[in-house]
Ligand binder design. Structure first.
Ligand code: NAD
Length: 496
């Protein structure tokens, strides 16, 4: 899709809709009538309001989901029929892609080029992927005794709760919604209070495509109120979550305190990027190093925020990364003149500023950047920042910032590089650059992470899983494996 500034400007001038709940295919206010403000990261002004729901609203949504599941209006539909409706939904998202992308940018500050591709277009592709898959999955017959037939049957689990963050709400939301719905479940979504508007629009389009009432619902509000109500609900069978480790821990507690619902966690990261002197193309490595941490202001779960470079090329490589960072244009995310937009909210900006100050206190050097930008606009902008003279025990090395901050240092040996890679509690993603195939396999086998990129920083494709190990989570989004999270296996024994 070619992007025209004039079309973007027309869409940004439209009044932002009120963020209502969506239950039984109807947009409804919170039962209490309470609302909360939605603040634009572009200029810090109030964009609109959002339903500030409570456990009563959540109970209504879960009851609607349960009712629809038990009637079989979706769960009992032939998979090919679910596929037809989901494909129509994806087409509707594509048709409204720019409108949805602009709404999302006004809510969370991602630059419009990235938002269009990474949000509606990626959500539509994800929905198509699972829709196309679902009528091609067979059950199994096990090799048991000749006088008995044993069947393994996949069935939907029932009601699935989905809690999503503010970064890429459509991409990440669809990684959960699409397999859960394709498998025949009914779903209740709790969008992030920081970025709800685009996902609410996409959920409305699901109803337009023909997803029956009660099958896909959304309840807005504060995480500690409605998120908790969903986590503690006795009638939710599976919870899919993407967000911070702290909230992930709470969800496991909620499960233990309620009905032992299965909880899948996609959490944070502090991903390493190891550059060996024999990298096939150091210029490309420098370009992708900068992109891997500074695009979307580092608000990417798999952002490669810890750089380690072999000493013989360290100085030149750092200069090349600095040049890439300098070339980035940070500003209004809805202006095509800029390449990177705003941080999503005031708290993220404050967290970024505090992390840089703390790193300096602990002995780090600001090698590049370090300052807030465009403060006069009221929006939340920050320079890409590179810190050197860092060490394992520093907070800036151990804690996820989720901002545009890269920590960098040199290493001398392969062992040292591996030790740096594994020095945190996280294990989501990693990157390494070398032309030595044996070294690439040796090192990648020893890095504790769910994803390893070798000589690239990409691979964000729906066909392959994305999941963390250690404190980055459990289970995986994306790929056919994600369907298994939203299905139960039922064994049937039949005497012949
Ligand atoms: P967050 O944990 O603050 O919020 C995520 C969601 O949880 C929101 O919808 C929020 O309302 C809800 N929530 C908050 N408190 C809750 C509670 N007590 N009970 C239930 N729900 C509650 O995370 P965030 O700030 O929105 O997102 C950033 C985090 O997400 C980062 O840590 C980032 O690494 C992580 N993330 C991970 C992945 C991945 O795939 N692993 C992808 C994107 C983001």
């Amino acid at each position: 899709m070619s992007l025209e500034q004039s079309t973007i400007d027309l869409l940004r001038a439209l009044p932002a809709p009120v963020g209502l709940n969506f239950i039984d295919n109807k947009a409804v206010s919170a039962a209490s009538g309470e609302v909360m403000p939605v603040i634009s990261p572009i200029d810090g002004t109030q964009l609109t309001v959002l339903a500030a729901s409570d456990s009563e609203d959540m109970n209504r949504a879960v009851a609607a989901a349960r009712r629809s599941f038990e009637t079989g209006c979706w769960s009992g539909m032939a998979p090919r029929e679910r596929k037809r409706i989901m494909l129509k939904w994806a087409d509707l998202i594509d048709r409204h892609a720019l409108e949805i992308a602009v709404l999302g940018v006004r809510d969370n500050g991602t630059d419009i080029r990235m938002a269009l591709k990474g949000e509606p277009q990626s959500a539509a592709d994800t929905i198509r992927f699972y829709a196309e898959a679902i009528d091609k999955r067979n059950g199994e017959i096990t090799p048991t005794r000749h006088d008995i037939l044993s069947l393994i049957h996949r069935e939907a689990v029932g009601v699935v709760g989905v809690i999503i963050p503010w970064n890429f709400p459509l991409m990440i939301g669809s990684w959960k919604l699409a397999p859960a719905l394709a498998a025949g479940n009914s779903v209740v979504v709790k969008p992030s209070e920081e970025a709800s508007l685009s996902i609410l629009r996409v959920i409305e389009l699901a109803a337009e495509a023909g997803i029956p009432p009660g099958v896909l619902n959304a309840v807005n509000g504060r995480g500690a109120i409605v998120g908790e109500a969903l986590g503690l609900h006795m009638d939710v069978d599976v919870l899919g979550f993407t967000g911070s480790g702290g909230v992930g821990r709470r969800l496991l507690e909620y499960s233990a305190r309620s009905n032992l619902k299965r909880v899948y966690l996609e959490l944070g990261g502090k991903s390493p990027n190891l550059v060996f002197a024999d990298a096939p193309n150091l210029k490309r490595a420098a370009r992708e190093t900068a992109a891997s941490i500074f695009r979307n202001n580092g608000q990417v779960c798999a952002a490669a925020s810890r750089l380690a470079v072999e000493r013989s090329v360290y100085k030149d490589f750092m200069e090349a990364v600095r040049a890439e960072a300098t070339a980035m244009r940070i500003g209004d995310p809805l202006s095509l003149a800029f390449t990177t937009g705003a941080l999503a909210n005031a708290a993220q900006l404050a967290k970024t500023r505090a992390a840089i100050a703390r790193a300096a206190e602990q002995g780090a050097t600001v090698y590049h950047g370090g300052n807030q930008l465009h403060a006069e606009s009221g929006g939340f902008y920050h320079e890409p920042t590179i810190l050197t003279d860092v060490a394992t025990e520093m907070d800036v090395v151990q804690q996820e910032i989720f901002g545009p901050v890269l920590v960098a240092r040199s290493f001398d040996t392969e062992e040292e590089a591996i030790a740096i890679a594994n020095e945190t509690v996280f294990g989501l993603s990693s990157v390494l650059w070398t032309r030595d195939l044996s070294k690439a396999h040796r090192v990648s086998n020893r890095i504790k992470s769910g994803v390893v990129h070798i000589n690239c920083y990409s691979g964000a494709d729906i066909t392959a899983p994305l999941g963390g190990v250690r404190q980055s989570g459990n289970g995986s989004d994306r790929s056919l494996h994600a369907l298994e999270k939203y299905e139960n296996l039922k064994t049937k024994w039949i005497q012949l």
